[in-house]
Each structure stands twice: as C-alpha cells, then as structure tokens.
Design a protein around this ligand. Structure first.
Ligand code: 5AD
Length: 347
C-alpha cells in the first residue's frame, strides 16, 4: 500500500480501485506516510503558511430543502435572519482591522439577494478594500448571474458538489435539485474565471467508500482551485437527525489525498472538522490543509446559522479571537499570514 501512496505522490492520480484500497487501509504506518507526503507537497507550494478567510454568514433564509441542512426551508425551528449591505460592510471593517484580506459571503439561497443587490454589495467591498478578495458561497444561480457578480469584482466562488454520484445526490436532496445542474453551475463558474471551489461531506447518509472514490476522481478531473471537505454532522430538525456524524480521521485522510492530487489547491480545515473533533482544525492543517475560515458574522446571528448542531463559532473559531488561532497554528509549526491567499501554481 505504501507503493500506492508513492504513486499518488509522484503521479497525482490513482485508479478508482487504488483509491478505495487506500481509503479502506487501516495500517497506521501507511496512513502516517500518506500524511507526511501530503505535508511535503503542501510545503513545496505554500511553505508553512496558513491563509485566513473571514466568513460572513449573510443569510440563513433558503428556498431549498436539502435533507442534511439545518437551515432547510422546512425547518420551522430555525430563527431566520439576513444581513443588509451596511451589516456586511461593517463585518468587513472589523475583519480588515483584524488582518483578513479575503471576505467570504456565504448564505442560503435567499431571493432577497438579487443580482442588483449583490453587485452593489460586492462593488462596495471592492471599492473600500481593493487589496481584498471577495469569495461568494450563495448556491446555484444562472450563468448570467454568476457573470454579473464576477464583473462586479467577486474573485472566488464556493459551491460544493456534495456527491458526484447521481443516486446518492438524490438521497440527500429533494427532486428539484439535481447533480446535473450543480455540475453545470460549477463548469460555468470556472469558465467565467472564478477561482472555483467544490467539495463534499464525509460520512453523509448513504455515502459509500466507492462514492468517496468517485468524488476524488471528479475532483482530480475538474481541478478546482479550492476544495471544502468536512464531516457530516446531524442536525436535530432535519430528516437525518438520527444519522451518525462523519469520521474526523477519515476526513483528514481525504484532505491528504486531495493535497497529493492537487498540490496547489486551497484546502480549508473546515469548521465542521473543528466541531466534531478536539483540535480538528489543527489536525486538518497537519494533514495538508492550508486555509482556515474564522467566523466574522455579527455575534447576534452566529448561533442562527446552524447548518448542524454543536457548530463551533466561539474560541479560535471566532474572527475576533484571531490571536488564539495564530497561537494554536504556531504551536503546530505553521504561520497565519496576512494575505489575499490566492491560488498558486508551481508552474
Ligand atoms: N453537516 C456538515 N456539513 C453540512 N453542510 C450542510 N449541512 C451540513 C451538515 N449537517 C455543508 C454542505 C454545504 C456547506 C455550506 O455546508 O456541504 O455545501
């Protein structure tokens, strides 16, 4: 199996069967070797630098009803909010002073945010903070809409594919959401010129190891600039409330595999990983992740953006505690940097 890791290190790709064997491998020596290889690759491209993104959760109002998500439309126990332009700009102001040079506007698919409103918000942020990148994570929109947001100055877009398998996709989403449309959106985003991110949950209900191998093969082929991977965590007010959470160790292993497949990818140690496991974020970094996304949302809405239960939003997870985060990153031999932290390629 060590040979398989060597092959992944040297060639950046494995067959589906090899991926399955590696994912199923329980040998500590092999898994540690995989981790070390991933760290070596990440250091070649990004040294020991960790990029930070200020995450602004702009709305928990969503027209979709994804079975796993706590802000799904049919959750009547969710207390809904949305931020307006001035709320968002004041988050950016706080974030800029703290050292953030990327702002991520994430939210449910909330019809309030028309192209016009978003263009105004994005161009205002870019005007005020020309040295900052703006990342959007606002779900599925038309190609024309994406293009307008790009032209307004948005730099990056995160849209997890959730699963590359059609049948699995339909077990996680209502019928009106399709993998086909999701993939179309991802292709459009990349074509328009966004630094584009896809990704999936580890341990989502009905997921098989074969599904994960297919997700990895999709990622290898699509070559996104960013990949968001975190464990599934059940939310009490969803149909998946009794499903088990995903495994932190497997999540970390997948981070290492992705780092070897796409050495220059921007790979966050996600909030979900930090939420299921003590020092999960640090473990993610030690497995090849190079990004963390502290919460920059106004404090009074933080507990409302509840995609899953027990979501971290305080401590080093909170943007205002950046010093704590810097310390914990330093402790493991890495360094938080003040930078836009764009996608780099070695070539
Ligand atoms: N557990 C973990 N991640 C979740 N997401 C949504 N609900 C959950 C959950 N219960 C993830 C999805 C989505 C991203 C914004 O959050 O992958 O794309």
């Amino acid at each position: 199996m060590k040979k398989t890791v060597d092959k992944l290190f040297n060639e950046g790709i494995l067959s589906k069967q090899e991926l399955i064997s590696l994912l199923e491998c329980n040998d500590d020596v092999v898994n540690e070797f995989l981790r070390e290889c991933a760290v070596k690759k990440r250091k070649e491209v990004y040294s020991n630098h960790v990029y930070i993104r200020g995450l602004i959760e702009i709305s928990n109002i969503c027209k979709n009803d994804c079975f796993y998500c706590g802000i799904r439309k049919s959750n009547k126990n969710c207390s809904r909010y949305r931020l307006n332009k001035s709320d968002i700009l004041s988050c950016c102001e706080t974030g800029y002073k703290l050292g953030f040079r990327t702002f991520v506007l994430q939210g449910g698919e909330d019809g309030y945010y028309t192209d016009e409103i978003l263009i105004d918000i994005i161009s205002s942020i870019k005007k005020e903070y020309p040295d900052c990148a703006v990342t959007l994570s606002l779900g599925e929109r038309t190609k024309e809409s994406y293009k307008k947001l790009y032209d307004a100055g948005a730099d990056r877009y995160l849209l997890r594919h959730e699963t590359a398998n059609n049948e699995h996709y339909s077990k996680l989403h209502p019928a009106e959401l399709t993998l086909r449309n999701r993939m179309e959106c991802l292709r459009n985003l990349k074509e328009i010129g966004f630094q584009t991110g896809c990704g999936f949950m580890v341990g989502s209900p009905f997921q098989t190891i074969e599904n994960i191998a297919d997700d990895l093969l999709f990622i290898a082929e699509f070559k996104p600039h960013m990949v968001g991977i975190g464990p599934f965590i059940p939310h009490i007010d969803t149909p998946f409330k009794n499903e088990p959470a995903g495994d932190a160790e497997l999540t970390c292993k997948i981070l290492s595999i992705i780092r070897l497949m796409l050495p220059d990818v921007l790979l966050p140690a996600t909030t979900a990983l930090g939420s299921v496991e003590k020092e999960g974020r640090e473990k993610g970094i030690l497995c090849g992740a190079n990004v963390v996304m502290p919460n920059l949302s106004p404090k009074n809405v933080r507990d409302k953006y509840m995609l899953y239960n027990n979501k971290l939003s305080s401590g080093a997870e909170a943007a205002e505690s950046l010093n704590m985060l810097k310390e914990s990153v330093k402790k493991i031999g890495y360094e938080v940097v003040v930078s836009r932290g764009d996608f780099k390629t070695k070539n």
